[in-house]
Design a protein. Structure first.
Length: 272
C-alpha cells in the first residue's frame, strides 16, 4: 500500500501544474461540455428508475393484500395440500347479501356486502386454482334449492360496533351433526390461525343457527355460515386484508375435505 501511494504515475494530477494549467483547462472545457449531457442523462435514468421503484412500492403498499404484488406473491405460494383436498370438488360459496341487499352499513359508508364480496373473490380464486368447481351464489340464489356439493359456506360480516371476533355455525337441525361439526371445527381453527381473531361465541344468533339457506340445501351437503368479523372492530382485517380472511376460510375447507374423515366417506350408495 505504501508503495502505491509513493509512486506517482505520469498521468496523475500532481504532474500537471504551473503554466500548463490554463492550457489544460481550456482544452478540457469543450470535452467537459461534451460529457455533461451524458452525465445528465445517466442521472435522469437513475432518477427515473428510483421513481419507478417508488411507484411500484406505493402501488403494492396501497393495494394491500388485494394489490397486484400481494396477488403475485400469493400465487407463488406453495400449497400442495390445496390440490389434494380440493381438486375435482364442488364447493358452493354464498357471497353474503349479494343480489338482495347491502347487509350492515356503517356511518362512513362501509358495507357488509362489498366487504364480503372481496373476501369471496379471493376464496374463489384460490379454490379454482386448486381445481375445485366453485359455485358463487347469491344470498337467495334459486340454485340453493336442493343444492348438492362437497361443502357450502356462506360468508358474512357483523355490525359496525367496536367489537372483535368471528363465529361459525352450522344448522341447528342438521341431518349430519357430526360431519357438520367437523366442518365448523376445521373452519374455526383455520380462521383463527390465519387471522388471529378470537371466536366470539356470545354473538351467535338464530340468524346463523337457523340460517335460511341451510334448510334449502340437499340434506347431505355439509354447510356452515361464517361471520368473518365486525365491520367496526375488525375492519383492519376484513376490510383491508380480505385475502387473509379468505385464506382462513379456504384453509378450513382444505382441512375438512382433505382430512382423514373425508377419505372414509363412501362415494356411492352401497348395494342392498
Ligand atoms: Zn350478513
Amino acid at each position: 500500500m505504501a508503495k502505491k501511494a509513493a509512486a506517482p504515475t505520469p498521468n496523475s494530477k500532481s504532474t500537471r501544474s504551473g503554466a500548463q494549467k490554463p492550457a489544460d483547462s481550456q482544452a478540457a472545457a469543450p470535452r467537459a461540455k461534451g460529457r455533461q449531457p451524458d452525465r445528465g442523462l445517466e442521472r435522469r435514468v437513475i432518477l427515473l428508475f428510483l421513481l419507478l421503484l417508488g411507484v411500484v412500492a406505493a402501488v403494492a403498499w396501497a393495494g394491500g393484500d388485494s394489490g397486484p404484488a400481494a396477488l403475485w406473491l400469493s400465487d407463488m405460494g406453495n400449497r400442495p395440500a390445496d390440490r389434494a383436498a380440493l381438486d375435482g370438488r364442488r364447493i358452493g360459496v354464498i357471497s353474503g347479501h349479494r343480489g338482495h341487499d347491502s347487509g350492515a352499513i356503517c356511518d362512513d359508508g362501509r358495507q357488509e356486502a362489498e366487504t364480503v364480496a372481496a373476501i369471496v373473490h379471493h376464496m374463489e380464486r384460490r379454490l379454482s386454482r386448486a381445481g375445485a368447481q366453485v359455485d358463487l351464489l347469491d344470498e337467495y340464489d334459486p340454485r340453493l334449492i336442493n343444492y348438492a356439493a362437497d361443502a357450502l359456506v356462506s360468508v358474512h360480516a357483523d355490525s359496525c360496533i367496536e367489537r372483535s371476533g368471528f363465529k361459525i355455525a352450522r344448522w341447528e337441525l342438521s341431518a349430519m351433526p357430526a360431519e357438520e361439526d367437523r366442518l365448523v371445527r376445521c373452519l374455526s381453527d383455520s380462521y383463527a390461525a390465519a387471522t388471529g381473531l378470537p371466536f366470539d361465541a356470545d354473538t351467535i344468533t338464530e340468524d346463523m343457527t337457523l340460517y335460511h339457506a341451510f334448510r334449502k340445501l340437499a340434506l347431505d351437503t355439509p354447510a356452515a355460515i361464517v361471520e368473518t368479523g365486525f365491520l367496526g372492530g375488525d375492519w383492519q382485517l376484513i376490510g383491508r386484508r380480505p385475502a387473509v380472511a379468505a385464506d382462513g376460510i379456504v384453509d378450513g375447507l382444505v382441512c375438512f375435505l382433505g382430512g382423514p374423515a373425508a377419505l372414509n366417506i363412501p362415494t356411492a350408495p352401497s348395494q342392498p
